[in-house]
Write a protein that binds this ligand. Sequence first.
Ligand code: ATP
Length: 305
Amino acid sequence: MLQLYIPLHFLGFVYREIKHSLADMEKMFNLLTENAEIEDKPEAEILNPESATISFNNVEFSYDLNRQILFGISFDIPAGRNIAIVGHSGSGKSTLPRLLFRFYDVQAGTISINQQDIRNVTQTSLRAAIGIVPQDTVLFNESIYYNIAYGRPDASDEEILNAARSAYIHDFIESLPNKYQTIVGERGLKLSGGEKQRIAIARAILKNPYIFIFDEATSALDSKSEKMIQAELRRIASNRTTLTIAHRLSTIVDADQILVMDQGHIIERGNHHQLLAKNGTYAHMWRLQQEENMMEAGSEIVNCP
Ligand code: ATP
């Protein structure tokens, strides 16, 4: 396994680097259990993730003591529901899933899943329950097959191929000379952002977790592929508890609830229509993005030969 050939002294560095992004949280956890700064309690329980209801209750958090990042964050994601987080860059959106994945512990308040405080459950059971489709996927220098199967190492060939089909990447893989055995990653075939993202989606589909985190999961795709994959993601996440970090508001208009963050506070909450009616920050962001979309569409028309 990978643990055998990654020098241990390197792991601490990588852990610190990678835990700042959502990109490889799952990957790093599995590589670095020995090096994790967060430890299981001796009496830690196994998480019961079935029909997972997630609760953030008055969460306060800072990465370092000089600057508080989150202030009194409270929200629930009822089992099977979908919450989206929006807000300006640096408002604290990505910090929420980092805390849910327990890369860091909260300084005050609690995060619980089915009323089990995540500090009281084993990290293995917590992270097994969560599937992440990050913005930037970093692949292992291994075959495409390995990279997808990583979502669930005991999966059958058929399940792996089906996951690739659902992520619309199977035909592309089949077109490569070595098909699923093609080596990808830094020292292998360089894939486009969209292709990497589809592999991450296939991995998440295969893992079939109780909880999904999508970090603007389809950002690297062109708009036609994005629509197809958005539909597929909606299908696979339809009865799963889902947290989506969104930059483009058009991708989350159907969310059950949208939280608007600003400087570590939730400043608005509601569904798309309620937030538009409020005519506050969300409505303002929505109008700006609509204008940008129209300008982009206009410039495409002007640029057409
Ligand atoms: P973006 O939309 O740009 O991804 P975000 O809303 O997801 O931003 P976060 O990544 O949650 O924002 O970061 C919130 C704040 O925490 C930012 O000011 C950021 O600089 C700070 N921050 C993030 N990671 C760390 C870290 N590891 N150490 C110290 N500060 C950090």
